[in-house]
Design a protein around this ligand. Sequence first.
Ligand SMILES: *[C@@H]1O[C@H](CO)[C@@H](O)[C@H](O)[C@H]1NC(C)=O
Ligand SMILES: *[C@@H]1O[C@H](CO)[C@@H](O)[C@H](O)[C@H]1NC(C)=O
Ligand SMILES: *[C@@H]1O[C@H](CO)[C@@H](O)[C@H](O)[C@H]1NC(C)=O
Ligand SMILES: *[C@@H]1O[C@H](CO)[C@@H](O)[C@H](O)[C@H]1NC(C)=O
Ligand SMILES: *[C@@H]1O[C@H](CO)[C@@H](O)[C@H](O)[C@H]1NC(C)=O
Length: 407
Amino acid sequence: MKFISKAILISLAIMLLLSRTSYSLFQYSKVHTKRATFVSESFEMGSGSIAAKTFFNIEFPKGHVGVKSFDSELVDEEGNPIPSFETYLHHWFAIKYIQNITMSDDPKLRHPDDFSFKRNEGMCNGNILPHYWGFGVESRGTTSNIPEPFAIEQGNPTNVPEGYEEKWLLNIMAIDTRGAEDKKGCTECRCDLMNLPKDFYNVTVDVHNQPLTTDYKGGLFCCQDNLQCKQIDGFQGPKRKISLRYTISWVDWNKHQVPVKVYILDSTDRITSNGSEIIHDCQAEYTIPANTNSSGDSPHVQKANIPMNKGGYLIYATAHMHSGVVNATLYAENGQTLCTSTPMYGSGNEAGNEKDYLIGMSICYPQPGSIKINDGEILTLESRYVNEFRTGAMGHFYIYLAENLPQ
Ligand SMILES: *[C@@H]1O[C@H](CO)[C@@H](O)[C@H](O)[C@H]1NC(C)=O
Ligand SMILES: *[C@@H]1O[C@H](CO)[C@@H](O)[C@H](O)[C@H]1NC(C)=O
Ligand SMILES: *[C@@H]1O[C@H](CO)[C@@H](O)[C@H](O)[C@H]1NC(C)=O
Ligand SMILES: *[C@@H]1O[C@H](CO)[C@@H](O)[C@H](O)[C@H]1NC(C)=O
Ligand SMILES: *[C@@H]1O[C@H](CO)[C@@H](O)[C@H](O)[C@H]1NC(C)=O
């Protein structure tokens, strides 16, 4: 009797202890982590239409915060998730900018420096890949969540010049493939499937501000707002209003947060040097030629060797790629694999699990402190796709680096 009651007492004590721990963890996340879901402005899409939208001044947590995650998906007017085989989310990017608080509403009265992008730490030239968050069709199955106590610091008033405020914009590209003659071609923005204006190749410039040549067969520049991808004869789908629904979780910035820096590396980056400085030349997208090698079913590999000015401890890594991705790997200078991000393909019929569509990319979460990238280290990025004709392919690798570890 006595023995049993002692056992019960001990297990009671253990239960109390356990429940206490989980209670305090629960309270910790309750008190510190906030979460909100926002819906972007809506836009109308009919069957086969292309939407390429930029919405300025979107809702974003106010004040000096540490963002823990930012995840998105396409929804209809009732808030129902839209499956990728109906409307394909090519990409969404959340981009930071600062704006003159008293900027004139009249564009003619604005000054050139009333507005400027504040890019991430990634080294692409100019305004290429400037975003902090953003994926594509893989969004629903790819989390941007960062482990405690790391966070992406935003809204630090000391980083915003007097007279300016920090704001965010969303850049969204969606492709309605209902009734498409060639769904895959439409999702890859194949130029010959779009009702391009007659003078398209004369007036359109590429990422380097050079006129597009007729060698450009597909990609971002052929998916322009309001264009139409080729439909099956006679198909007429209903129009509907679409929005990007996004959920952000964050903490108020305090001394317990450890900042991570956001880098987006591009497997098309062509590195050169002018003697004193490294020059990056990111293409953002690339074309994979038709594979004429009958014995070759090995993947197409796009590779870049990218020097990091500043290193840090690797906290999070993943890749943004398109359907047809085999995987993407980031290597250290000594050849060690830092992260391989692998795709998940769907097998069902519902949003988030669409058969044969890319529905997620895996994330690497190395034990904080276990992987250190040195200042000046040259990383190698390889993005691999199934080897067949493909336009607008992307190989973007997102890494979050902490310059310091928690004390
Ligand atoms: C902001 O815009 C106003 C109105 O155009 C202008 O007078 C002011 O100089 C601008 N401020 C800065 C910091 O450029
Ligand atoms: C536009 O491009 C086409 C094909 O490259 C060329 O034949 C034509 O002369 C160009 N038109 C103008 C106005 O430059
Ligand atoms: C290299 O490029 C940088 C940045 O554009 C420039 O400031 C520097 O003067 C260039 N150096 C040489 C040797 O051309
Ligand atoms: C053809 O594919 C094989 C097997 O993947 C590869 O070893 C070979 O180098 C390829 N040849 C060419 C010309 O690409
Ligand atoms: C990535 O793909 C390559 C090429 O198919 C393969 O050899 C490698 O094992 C893959 N890596 C992982 C971690 O899946």
